[in-house]
Design a protein around this ligand. Structure first.
Ligand code: HEC
Length: 354
């Protein structure tokens, strides 16, 4: 489910609240009562799904198991709040999940959400609230399950150029992620599968308001020339306020042919989360500075990338990012245009919830 939205429950996401997690304004004991009265028939005692229960079998869709720590941790509390309040359909799930807005008041929804977050120990799992918007250049810190397509068109003197990247990223263990990327490039008459990239990312530190990860990626040339390179990066995400999110990454590229030919890239982005509904347009501004290790004049190259995230599905698990890159210092190109299509496959099939 969508990750950029923590409007309603900003203060009280209560990850692991039953296990000594952050203090939470919600009343978990009351949440347990609300749950037993209104939810237990479909979701099972203590949030543990009973798949053999005839009531559950009659639903035609199997609700997720809240006692699974991976599932429980990766779904932001604010998204659950939306599902409980407005029903499954509103967030791209089954309409068998009934809206509770006429049954429960705001506090009761908050309490039952906090209770659901407390039914299993999720320590060690990065919370889904930190599964933030995927920027164009800034590396994402959260180890989500994702398939991403990135298309880039460069408007330059001589031949215009196209680059396409297909990324497959999968959670490994509590806080790791495997990375596989295919890079295809075209310029003039040359069109080739340039590189395959294989990597691993690990979240080092996380809470419901910050995340820090480190990654290493090995870029292997396929048809392109060169010996390949090692890329390493640190990625950071931070909730500045419920509406403002900051992300930044520092990436170092070490070509195997000569590490001194490498470069450092610092990227940062701020995005504005103006609504708890995922199917909206969310604006963001990204700035990138790059510097070759062996630079003749030591100058940084700057570019600015205004962009928007467009949620396509009702729950936002399929989203577009559209952006333009504008050089702020001398470059061989005038503009670059980016289209990113992201499918968060932990939240359902590509065709669900449109
Ligand atoms: C009539 C059965 C039924 C009842 C009663 C019910 N639910 Fe659900 N709920 C479902 C189903 C079915 C789904 C799964 C929808 C899907 O995956 O498409 C669901 C999904 C959810 C989700 C979203 C989980 C996810 O996949 O991200 C939350 C949160 C939730 N329910 C909470 C509650 C709470 C809290 C209550 C009580 C106030 C409740 N439900 C009552 C059937 C029910």
């Amino acid at each position: 489910m969508n990750r950029i939205l923590r409007f309603v429950l900003a203060v009280c996401v209560a990850t692991g609240a039953g296990f000594g997690g952050p203090a939470c304004a919600a009343d978990i004991a009351n949440g347990a009562k609300v749950y037993t009265t209104n939810c237990v028939s479909c979701h099972g005692a203590n949030g543990r799904l009973d798949a053999d229960n005839p009531v559950v079998q009659a639903l035609g869709v199997t609700p997720a198991d809240f006692s699974d720590p991976l599932f429980n941790s990766r779904e932001p509390a604010a998204d659950w709040h939306m599902v409980i309040q407005h029903g499954g359909y509103a967030m791209g799930l089954s309409e068998m999940m009934p809206a509770q807005s006429g049954v429960l008041d705001e506090n009761e929804i908050e309490d039952v959400t906090a209770y659901l977050k407390s039914v299993v120990d999720t320590r060690g799992f990065p919370p889904g609230e930190m599964n933030l918007m995927l920027p164009i250049r800034t590396k994402k810190a959260y180890p989500e399950d994702e398939v991403v397509y990135i298309g880039r068109y460069t408007d330059q003197d001589g031949e215009n150029a196209y680059k396409q990247v297909l990324e497959f990223e999968k959670r490994i263990g509590k806080a790791g992620q495997g990375i596989l990327e295919l890079v295809h490039e075209s310029e003039g008459s040359v069109s080739e599968l340039a590189e395959v990239e294989i990597g691993y990312k690990q979240a080092l530190s996380h809470s419901t308001t910050h995340i820090l990860s480190a990654a290493a990626v090995w870029a292997i040339p396929v048809e392109a020339e060169g010996d390949g390179e090692l890329q390493t990066y640190l990625a950071y995400g931070k909730e500045l306020s419920p509406a403002w999110i900051f992300q930044s990454s520092l990436r170092l590229k070490f070509p195997f042919a000569g590490a001194s030919d490498g470069e450092a890239e610092l990227a940062a982005i701020a995005h504005y989360v103006h609504s708890p509904w995922p199917r909206r347009v969310f604006p963001a501004m990204e700035v990138v500075a790059t510097r070759p290790f062996r630079s003749a004049n030591g100058d940084l190259e700057w570019t600015a990338m205004p962009q928007v995230r467009v949620g396509l599905t009702r729950g936002g698990h399929v989203a577009l990012n559209l952006g333009v890159e504008l050089p702020l210092s001398d470059q061989s190109w005038d503009q670059r245009y980016y289209v990113t299509l992201l499918w968060d496959f932990a939240d359902g099939s590509f065709f669900q919830g449109w």
